[in-house]
Design a binder for this molecule. Structure first.
Ligand SMILES: Cc1cc2nc3c(=O)[nH]c(=O)nc-3n(C[C@H](O)[C@H](O)[C@H](O)COP(=O)(O)OP(=O)(O)OC[C@H]3O[C@@H](n4cnc5c(N)ncnc54)[C@H](O)[C@@H]3O)c2cc1C
Length: 418
């Protein structure tokens, strides 16, 4: 099988990337999704809050996905569902498997990776105790309740205050369960402020910062969990233990970009994001292989996933048409004080359209601060912020003209307290 472009993963990133590539003149595109339907994680997110930036509307996850699936169909872009991508390589060969076609090799001119991310599990955080039924990741519980129609428990403790855990606290309450507590290791939430207010405060669900689960009771089914306060080194403090009788423990302890395919292909991975290093066009370290969405870094808003995927779609189209410029001015992005990561990590100036959005996360909560953007040590832009937190992705928009007087150099961003 031969295609100009293969898109791996049919979530919002893959959908937007395929659509944008077609709008930029790419003919033979195939999008491959392992699930039975397109839409990715959005299909199980039946709450609203999607699309405020892209459509200026409050949509549910399935509604947001539907708009892109309809456009994909209108543009007659081919796709395969129930199809697993097993391997890709640096020659841009894609190996797939499904029940109708069996095992197939596809030759592509370009590939866009949009496999999303997966949740950290109990094993990843090492909670001691037996392994009874009743311990779920928050996303798995969401899939059971919203798609499969099963209730996961009646009395629930949630570990981690990431967005999925917060949303599930509200969802379980609305379905009749009692959420006893949300327990967070850090002194701040890793979720959006709006989700803390709308999902916990509105339902009087207590949130304990600097606490963790230290034991799970029960052999066949969870019977309860013990939580304790932690010290500055995140070590549980003796004497602070509290036992909660419950039948369910939900884990919302972080997402990891799904990069097994990328790693096997030899794509360089940034240890800070756990996703590939990318340039302004979302191209990875292997020419002609692009990446976008949660496989690059974990996003909190789907709108930013869409914007990033459109950039990947345009980049892939430019590459396929032989219009990408690879030997011009290169600017590397550098994490200054207070910045945990910046995406993209490299900007090739000639390939920029008029402006570029840089996505980043800070390493702590800072009130009344500035984000200073420096080129060759000189401040070129400064953005005042009332509050920045690790749970909310920050964006900085720069114009090509802001950068164009510089030759190969580094661009740093740092948090400065006012
Ligand atoms: C519970 C939850 C609540 C959220 N709430 C909000 C919200 O209120 N507002 C908001 O704006 N955003 C929200 N988000 C964020 C947003 O939904 C995600 O950022 C977005 O879905 C990521 O898109 P993606 O395409 O990168 O990944 P995904 O949606 O995860 O899609 C990746 C797709 O790739 C497929 N795939 C992976 N590997 C392979 C393979 N080898 N072969 C074939 N297919 C493969 C997967 O099956 C999946 O369909 C939420 C996310 C979650 C998880």
């Amino acid at each position: 099988m031969k295609y100009d472009l293969v898109v791996v993963g049919g979530g919002p990133a893959g959908l937007a990337a395929a659509i944008e590539a077609r709008k930029n003149g790419v003919e033979r595109i195939v999008l491959i999704e392992r699930d039975r339907e397109l839409g990715g994680i959005l299909q199980q997110c039946i709450h609203n809050g999607f699309g405020l930036h892209v459509f200026g509307e409050q949509l549910t996850g399935p509604e947001y996905a539907e708009r892109f699936i309809n456009e994909l169909n209108n543009l007659k872009i081919e796709y395969l569902t129930n199809t697993m991508v097993l391997e890709i390589n640096d020659k841009k060969e894609v190996y797939i498997l499904n029940q109708e076609l069996g095992f197939r090799r596809i030759e592509a001119k370009a590939i866009i990776l949009s496999m999303g991310c997966r949740e950290r599990t109990r094993g990843a955080i090492g909670i001691p105790g037996f392994r009874p039924a009743g311990i779920f990741t928050a996303g798995t519980a969401q899939r059971f309740i919203n798609i499969e129609g099963y209730m996961v428990g009646k009395k629930v403790v949630i570990l981690g205050s990431g967005d999925i855990g917060l949303i599930m606290a509200r969802r379980l309450t609305l379905e009749g369960a009692k959420v006893l507590a949300v327990v967070e290791l850090m002194p701040y939430s890793t979720g959006l402020t709006r989700n803390i207010v709308q999902c916990l405060h509105d339902y009087n669900i207590p949130l304990f910062f600097e606490h963790t689960v230290i034991d799970i009771k029960g052999k066949n089914r969870v019977e309860g969990v013990t939580i304790a306060k932690v010290d500055n080194n995140r070590v549980p403090i003796r004497g602070t233990e509290v036992f909660y009788e419950c039948d369910t423990l939900l884990l919302s302890v972080g997402l990891i970009p799904e990069n097994e395919l990328s790693r096997n292909a030899g794509i360089e991975i940034d240890a800070r994001t756990s996703g590939p290093f990318v340039n302004e066009s979302m191209e990875t370290s292997i020419e002609g292989i692009f990446a976008c969405g949660n496989v690059v870094h974990v996003h909190d808003l789907v709108d930013f996933v869409t914007q990033e995927a459109q950039r990947a779609g345009r980049g892939a189209a430019r590459y396929i048409k032989g219009e990408a410029i690879d030997n011009g001015v290169v600017i590397r992005t550098v994490n200054g004080n207070g910045i945990r990561y910046i995406v993209p990590q490299k900007l090739r100036l000639e390939n920029l359209n008029d402006e570029i959005n840089l996505f980043m996360r800070v390493d702590n909560i800072y009130n009344n601060c500035r984000l200073d953007v420096k080129l060759d040590g000189k401040i070129i832009k400064s953005f005042k912020k009332r509050k920045v937190t690790p749970g909310e992705m920050e964006t900085v928009k720069l114009k090509k003209s802001d950068l164009s007087t510089y030759n190969d150099c580094s661009l740093s961003i740092e948090v400065v307290k006012e």
